[in-house]
Design a protein around this ligand. Structure first.
Ligand SMILES: Nc1ncnc2c1ncn2[C@@H]1O[C@H](COP(=O)(O)OP(=O)(O)OP(=O)(O)O)[C@@H](O)[C@H]1O
Ligand SMILES: [Mg+2]
Length: 493
């Protein structure tokens, strides 16, 4: 073989080696691209299975899902039941169903759901009644809303919130005049069972000046839902209202979601610059639902069986209401709080009182005497009052409360005839004024009293000159001289 042909052979073998190197390089490149695509592809869902079920708590192993996410548990006839991850311990996940749980079997498949938890919002919600998961309950067909938003809301910087500066007309004389509520204020209605919380809430729903009303009926009687819609809201009220109902027989997770959903809907309308009235009946049932969930996953009970997480959840819910930062919208909220056995020191009542901007206490004694609304003006306060009322208005309230509590302090003596008129001029004044004070505080369910009328009437009471009998013990009948009220309303700010 000549040198030339040797060189030719070397050259061609070099070329074929280079070609095979290029081919293997292409192969590696291709596999790297595939591996990269594999990494970017959605993660595989690792299914688990149920190992235990106690009460409403399910325990699953083998699957990975974060707390707060949802899983589907294989139910009977291929129908999956949705459950929410509420905690974990080691490899075990604790789940609670968000719907009724029937026919679950041991070892049922548990499939983590990747569906985002969002809610339908938009003006199309007005007039609709939803359950705790946001599904329509009113038989008016599916929701056709323009937007969906995440159930979790943004936190408002406390420095950016608008202060409470405007009085709100709630249509109840005793509240308008003596416990002025401001736009964006969060108030509690505290009372034992059957004292009139729901009725008062209903009256405020009808008479309050608001663009949108969001009602959350959480953990209360199912019967009251329809009654509230038909008798209290009516067709006219429903046109500007959204009702979220999760009655007492709903599972606890659903009751918690119901309260969250109602608040989220209210937040949506507030962010549109609207003035929203949010009514929640009741905050106590919300706390009890959280107690059920927390105890079921093994959190230790603290005060009155309520685990610590309950006291963290209440401020988280309540703080979402109030004035907004941008757009000028507001959420004025009323939460009913059941004081078990009329115990004002009930831990939930105590926690709610500490976080809310005021409390209206209803008294069983007044309700039993047929005095409605049974507002105990001595025990109730509105924390925003000083910012939104004039000095004259505050003075008039002080005078009203002084008369009222003086009479009540001496009531026993007066009722047995042991108090002699003329003993104390101030008490004489209180005795004379008392019938008018109680009349002022009472209002029928069907009557609405505007803010201006309420303040006018309070002013009239102040301008009544009580002629003290000047220690004349023989003078039995009180003398009242009424002067015409000044029509220029000096109390209105
Ligand atoms: N303003 C009112 N005028 C006349 N009756 C009233 C008034 N408020 C309440 N009542 C009477 O009291 C009853 C109980 O009221 P309501 O249902 O509002 O109580 P509640 O405090 O919400 O009770 P619960 O805690 O059990 O839900 C009513 O059915 C009604 O008979
Ligand atoms: Mg009630």
């Amino acid at each position: 073989m000549t040198d030339e042909s040797k060189n030719m052979q070397n050259h061609s073998s070099f070329q074929s080696r280079a070609e095979s190197l290029r081919a293997s390089h292409r192969k590696w490149q291709q596999s790297l691209i595939e591996a990269q695509e594999g990494i970017a592809a959605p993660q595989l869902i690792v299914e688990g299975h149920l190992t235990r079920m106690v009460g409403l708590t399910l325990e699953a192993v083998g699957c990975h899902a974060p707390v707060g996410s949802r899983c589907l548990v294989e139910g009977p006839d291929g129908k999956d039941i949705e459950a929410e991850v509420v905690g974990f311990s080691g490899e075990k996940l604790f789940l609670m169903p968000t719907e009724r749980m029937l026919g679950i079997v041991p070892n049922a498949r548990v499939i983590p759901s990747k569906k985002p938890y969002d809610v339908a919002v938009g003006k199309e919600l007005l007039g609709r009644v939803l359950d705790g998961a946001g599904h329509p309950l009113d038989g008016k067909g599916p929701l056709q809303t323009s937007e969906r938003v995440s159930i979790t809301s943004r936190v408002i910087n406390p420095m950016a919130r608008h202060p409470i500066s405007e009085k709100l007309d709630v249509g109840i004389r005793a509240i308008n005049a003596l416990l002025s509520v401001g736009r964006g204020q969060r108030m509690g209605l505290f009372a034992g069972s059957g004292v009139g919380k729901s009725v008062l809430l209903g009256m405020m729903t009808k008479y309050t000046d608001a663009d949108v009303i969001v009602v959350g009926l959480i953990g209360e009687r199912g019967r009251e839902v329809k009654e509230f819609i038909d008798n209290i809201l009516g067709e006219e009220g429903m046109a500007r209202a959204v009702v979220v109902a999760s009655p007492a027989d709903d599972v606890p997770v659903m009751r918690l979601h119901g309260a969250s959903l109602a608040t989220r809907i209210a937040e949506y309308f507030r962010d549109q610059g609207l003035n929203v009235l949010l009514l929640m009946d009741s905050l106590t049932r919300y706390a009890q639902a959280q107690r059920e969930v927390a105890l079921a996953v093994g959190e230790p009970p603290a005060t009155k069986g309520y685990p610590p997480s309950v006291f963290a959840k209440i401020p988280q819910l309540v703080e979402r209401a109030g004035n907004g930062d941008t757009g000028g919208g507001s959420i004025t909220a009323f939460y009913t709080v059941l004081t078990e056995g009329d115990d004002q020191q009930d831990p939930i009542a105590d926690a709610a009182r500490a976080i809310l901007d005021g409390h209206i206490v209803l008294s069983r004694e007044l309700a039993e005497a047929g005095h409605y609304p049974a507002i105990d003006v001595e025990a109730s306060i509105s924390r925003a009052m000083t910012e939104i009322t004039s000095a004259e208005h505050q003075a008039a309230i002080r005078q009203f409360k002084q008369w009222y509590s003086l009479y009540r302090q001496h009531r026993d003596l007066i009722s047995v005839g042991a108090y002699q008129r003329g003993t104390d001029a101030k008490v004489d004044e209180a005795v004379t004024m008392y019938p008018q004070l109680t009349e002022f505080l009472q209002q029928s369910i069907t009557q609405s009293v505007s803010l201006a009328d309420s303040i006018d009437r309070l002013e009239t009471l102040q301008s009544i000159e009580v002629m003290s009998p000047a220690h004349d013990a023989n003078l039995q009948a009180p003398m009242v001289q009424q002067t015409l009220p000044d029509k220029s309303n000096s109390y209105a700010k």
